[in-house]
Design a protein around this ligand. Structure first.
Ligand SMILES: [Zn+2]
Length: 140
């Protein structure tokens, strides 16, 4: 594991953790490293400073944001923003839409495994998607 001191174009300093130098180089080349403060992906590696010199200096802000997780969070946010939460009524609502008893719309909610199986047997597609806990908390 390598820890690098990184700097974005806006001069925010942060730490990035990588499995190797090659890992850093390839993530950097593909702009997968983003500043945790502003999201800027123009990242420069600073000469690594000895840890002992950090006392009194500003502590590293945060580890580099895991790009994949960020994209997943964005997708989940979008899903939440564009769907109606019907909670435990999900199976019922999905069925009513399938049989055109109510207008089609995007819904999200929870189903039991049995409900999901029953929907599947009726030809109703349900996309399983686990909403990250952090987003669940911010929804309450
Ligand atoms: Zn920045």
């Amino acid at each position: 594991m390598k820890v690098y001191n990184l700097r974005c174009n806006d001069d925010h300093r942060f730490e990035g953790w990588f499995s190797s130098e090659d890992d850093f180089v390839s993530q950097s080349a593909q702009r997968q490293i983003a500043c945790p403060l502003c999201g800027n992906s123009s990242i420069t590696k600073l000469p690594s400073a000895p840890r002992l010199n950090l006392s009194g200096a500003q502590a590293p802000v945060a580890a580099a944001v895991d790009r994949q997780q960020e994209q997943w969070l964005n997708m989940a946010r979008e899903l939440i923003a564009n769907t109606e939460d019907v909670g435990t009524q999900f199976a019922e609502e999905a069925r009513r839409m399938h049989y055109n008893e109510v207008a089609q719309r995007n819904i999200r909610g929870v189903t039991t495994a049995d409900e999901r199986d029953a929907l599947g047997e009726e030809g109703i597609d349900v996309l399983p998607f686990l909403i990250p806990n952090v987003l669940k908390q911010s929804l309450q």
